[in-house]
Structure formats: structure tokens, C-alpha cells
Design a binder for this molecule. Structure first.
Ligand code: AMP
Length: 216
């Protein structure tokens, strides 16, 4: 199972990702999480990425593609993977194709989540993320067992700068300009699955497992 999850921030990708990686026993590769870890570890790349992330802009392709190339050299991806937040523009999609081609692999599906801007803004401003492991919660839709504390590692839950409303609006604009063409790219390849991100978590989960099941 080699899957790509696409869609604007807050359209339901993260929740679906959690379910799919458990179901198919594949690693979750979120370029956003990798950048945040690199920053936490005080690496040079992490510091550069943070400047872009805080402005709600895309990290340059050469940096992003390189961290993906490095991640694909780990042995756990042999059983498959789920990319979340990558590729985000056509250049990245082409770079990924080349990397997979070199490994003799093909993609199973590219899943695109769609949702109206106002739904997205409401969802993201309620989002809280574990400072240490990156697990995502929501103040109303997905509360932790103890308020402000991660269920998995008891890390502190924070409101990320890039989840603030003005940054979200900028991210949505960037998404429209850069990432929407990627949808057409995968549609042409016959890999696109479209999901209505306003459906309930259970409905999305059921639809995805059914459609993906038919592809394997
Ligand atoms: P995410 O957690 O996927 O919403 O990503 C948070 C931020 O990390 C994005 O707003 C970008 O600044 C950066 N980022 C994550 N993935 C990519 C990517 N594939 N290309 C460029 N920038 C990225």
C-alpha cells in the first residue's frame, strides 16, 4: 500500500492517516512533522524550514525532496507508506515519481480531501498538537482524556503558530495555487480518489478502506 494524502490543511487528512496506518501497518510520513522534528533537534535544515512554516509558506523543493529521499532510504518503507502533506506542488510530484521509479515502485492511490474554507478555518483554529509526539487533537471534535495533555506520551498540547486564523488563510491560498495542480496530475494517472472532508470520521474511514481494498 503506497498512498499519498492530499487536501488543504484541516480537511481531515490527519485523522484518516492515523486510521490507515494502523489498518495497513505502514509508516506515516508527514513532511510537516519531519520539519518540526528537525527544528526541535536544532538542525540547520530545521531552522530554515521554521521560517517558511511560520509564514505559512512552502519550504523550498530542494530541501523538501531531500528529506523525503532520505526518509525513503529507511527499511520500514518496504512494507508501504502513507505520505501526508507531500507532494505539495508539481515539482515535488515529479521528484517523487523519479524516486519511486528508481526504487522500482509505483503508487497505489492519491487520496484528495476537499472541504469549504470556512469549515477548514473552524476546524484548524480548534486544533491542538502534542509538543513532543505531534499527535493532533481538537478542542471539540477530538478531546484528549486529560485536558491539555497528550494521551500517548503525556506531552503538553499546544496551539501551533501556523494554525492561527491569518496563517491558515494564507496556507489555503498557497494550497490553491500550488497544490491543486497536483490533483490533476494524479487524476491523469488514474490514481486519484476524492473524499468529501465534511463527512464524519467514520464515513470517511469506511469509504477509504472500501476503495483502497478494491485497489489491492
Ligand atoms: P503540515 O503539518 O503538513 O500542515 O505542514 C506544515 C508546514 O510545513 C507547511 O505549511 C509548510 O510550510 C511546511 N511543509 C510541509 N510539507 C511540505 C512540503 N511537502 N513542501 C513544502 N513545505 C512543506
Amino acid at each position: 500500500m503506497r498512498i499519498i494524502l492530499m487536501g488543504p490543511p484541516g480537511a481531515g487528512k490527519g485523522t484518516a492517516a492515523e486510521s490507515l496506518i494502523k489498518h495497513y501497518h505502514i509508516p506515516h510520513i508527514s513532511t510537516g512533522n519531519i520539519f518540526r522534528e528537525l527544528y526541535k533537534d536544532r538542525t540547520k535544515v530545521g531552522k530554515i524550514a521554521k521560517e517558511y512554516i511560520e509564514r505559512g509558506e512552502l519550504v523550498p523543493d530542494d530541501i523538501t525532496n531531500e528529506i523525503v529521499r532520505h526518509r525513503l532510504s529507511h527499511s520500514d518503507v518496504k512494507k508501504g507508506f502513507l505520505f501526508d502533506g507531500y507532494p505539495r506542488n508539481l515539482e515535488q510530484a515529479e521528484a517523487l515519481d523519479k524516486m519511486l521509479n528508481d526504487m522500482g515502485w509505483t503508487l497505489t492511490a492519491a487520496i484528495n480531501f476537499s472541504a469549504p474554507d470556512e469549515v477548514i478555518i473552524k476546524r484548524i483554529s480548534g486544533r491542538r498538537v502534542c509538543e513532543t509526539c505531534g499527535t493532533v487533537y481538537h478542542v471539540t471534535n477530538k478531546k484528549p482524556k486529560v485536558p491539555g495533555v497528550c494521551d500517548h506520551d503525556q506531552g503538553r498540547l499546544i496551539h501551533r503558530n501556523d494554525d492561527m486564523e491569518h496563517t491558515v488563510r494564507r496556507r489555503l491560498k498557497i494550497y490553491l495555487n500550488h497544490t491543486e495542480p497536483v490533483i490533476g496530475y494524479y487524476r491523469e494517472k488514474g490514481l486519484l480518489i476524492t473524499v468529501d472532508g465534511t463527512q464524519s470520521i467514520e464515513e470517511i474511514d469506511q469509504t477509504l478502506k472500501k476503495v483502497l481494498g478494491e485497489k489491492t
